[in-house]
Design a protein. Sequence first.
Length: 385
Amino acid sequence: MDRIVDEIVLFGLGLPLLLLAPAAPAAVAAPLLALIATGVLELLDRGEGGAQRQASASAASPVRAARFIRVARPAIAAAYLIAALAAPALAAFVPLLAYAAVAQNLGPLRFLWPATLLGAAASGSGALAAAALLLGALACLTARRTTKVQTERASLRQWRDAVQEDRLALAERTRDLAERQDLEVSCAVLAERARIAREIHDNVGHLLTRSVLQMEALAVTHEDDPALAKELAAVGATLHEALGTVRASVHDLHDEAFDPQTTLAELIGEFPGIAGTLAFEAESLPRPVALAVVAIVREALANARTHGRATSVAVSLLEFPGFYQLAIEDNGRAANLVGEGGLGLASMEERATTLGGTFSFGPLPPPRTGSRVFATFPKTQEVRP
């Protein structure tokens, strides 16, 4: 845009110089020829930039177009400047062509344009030649300044884009770190809950169970004393109630400690030599389905590493309105899940079909290599015998 503004100004300054030219038909055609030459040069310059970008894709046509434009631009500018030698009136717009020669880097024409003013000087239009020479020098300086400004703007845009890319990359890494930290905290919390449940079960639960047995033994021993037997029965009932409460609490803690997403993430990381990814998009996963999913993924990963020699695996669990979908894709051999006698496949299929779901296994479609385990679980499970 800056170059177009400069060229419009130079064109406007060239119009008064026509008054210094001798009266001739060329004086009438000079503005039109200057506009045509400058406009074509600008279009070709923009076209060369686009052709060079397309040529980077190794296409033959853009390469030929870029070569043609590279030759045509200096040829058009040279034709106008040569015409100015024969028609002094065209010298009024030589500064406009000098600007284009410098701005578009048209080789020797950047320095040879003053020679075209000799025709105007030889025809007695020395004032026109002098004014055009002074205006042409100013045009060259303006072209250099505008080119420098455009180069600095382009560099600034590149720098700004690079900063924006770095900022986005940093934000993404920050999100990844935050998610990883949340996962680690969640794992720690779940592990602590599991430990507490285990401690209660192993210690308090066993002590209460022993107390219940002792109380029942005392009740049998003192059957002949109805009053004492009644008291012992009351204490025994209290101990039974306490034991039931402890067991319920332990089960609640154990259920809370089991998070399918965290369990799957930990499970994928337990297999060395396999780079795994997890896409978990299920909010309300029933416990039977979660246990089946974990078991299927564990079996699939084990067989993918052992039999398929896989190095990467992608696990996805998606929730749909009527069912849950589990997919496990790896880059190993297609027979990686067969194992010995197909026990791995049979076990996974049984876990899916027991909950009323479906199961399938097969190679990935070409050109991809590897295999895929695919299972679905209806949201209303009908457990099969």
